[in-house]
Design a protein around this ligand. Structure first.
Ligand SMILES: [Zn+2]
Length: 253
């Protein structure tokens, strides 16, 4: 294989992978996926991410509380997240952010918990993995108040927002949504420079074409790379290499 891919966002600790993690990682390797980053969404899934990353080579983890779960965040959760963040193979705080689409936690709580975790990242010098849905303006406003770096994962906004994020020094995480022709990222990826793009699956969610409707898995990162290459008129290898190097640069992996 003359290329290597990094799946920068994959929830291997999700129950849909239970009992199959080893096989799923093996199949990812066969598809050229050399490195995988597993983010948490609450305390338990963050702990599980750390366990998986310690068990397999070239698998890394992130710990953090997702906006859906922000209502369960408190001082003791924060202390645990800080403690976990010092474990081997934890390379980021995430996923954290705002989600006004599902609003599973009150918006003021989401904002507060997002800010608190950005502060944790800033103080511990770790990059962040940001989830933002129907909340891009507030997300950008909050992020600008912190001296962090990171990625806006599963990005699906227009070019103007992409450019703002790149100006802030952040990366754009592109996943399976880029293979859906009615998505915003399908239309905007052409104008987003590869120097600011990471690729991901967000498995088991957001399965790319041609497997849409089934469980997503890290080996499918190749479909994301392929679609970006096609839409930007670049070679598969160039997209794989540049996004791989970007992931290395951001997370040091
Ligand atoms: Zn995710």
């Amino acid at each position: 294989m003359n290329f290597k891919i990094c799946d920068s966002h994959c929830h291997l600790q999700d129950r849909r992978f239970r009992g199959e993690v080893e096989e799923v990682i093996r199949s990812a390797r066969e598809s050229g996926v050399e490195k995988i980053l597993v983010p948490g969404w609450d305390l338990r899934s963050s702990r599980e991410a750390v366990v998986i990353s310690e068990k397999f080579d070239d698998v890394y983890s992130a710990c953090g509380v997702h906006p859906h779960d922000a209502k369960f965040y408190n001082d003791s959760v924060e202390r645990e997240i800080i403690k976990l963040s010092k474990s081997k193979n934890v390379v980021s705080i995430g996923e954290i952010g705002l989600d006004y689409y599902r609003d599973l936690s009150p918006r003021n709580v989401q904002k507060d918990v997002f800010e608190r975790q950005l502060r944790v990242a800033e103080e511990n010098d770790l990059p962040v993995i940001i989830h933002t849905r129907d909340s891009i303006e507030d997300t950008i406003e909050i992020v600008t108040r912190f001296n962090c770096k990171g990625v806006f994962h599963a990005f699906d906004y227009t070019k103007n927002f992409a450019m703002k994020i790149i100006e802030m020094g952040y990366f754009i995480g592109v996943g399976g949504v880029v293979t859906y022709p009615n998505s915003k990222i399908f239309s905007s990826i052409k104008e987003i420079p590869l120097t600011s793009v990471l690729v991901e699956t967000d498995a088991p969610y957001l399965t790319p074409q041609p497997h849409r409707g089934r469980r997503n898995e890290p080996s499918y990162t190749k479909y994301v790379v392929k679609k970006i290459a096609e839409l930007k008129s670049k070679s598969f290898e160039e997209v794989a290499e540049k996004t791989y190097n970007n992931t290395k640069k951001l997370f040091g992996i």
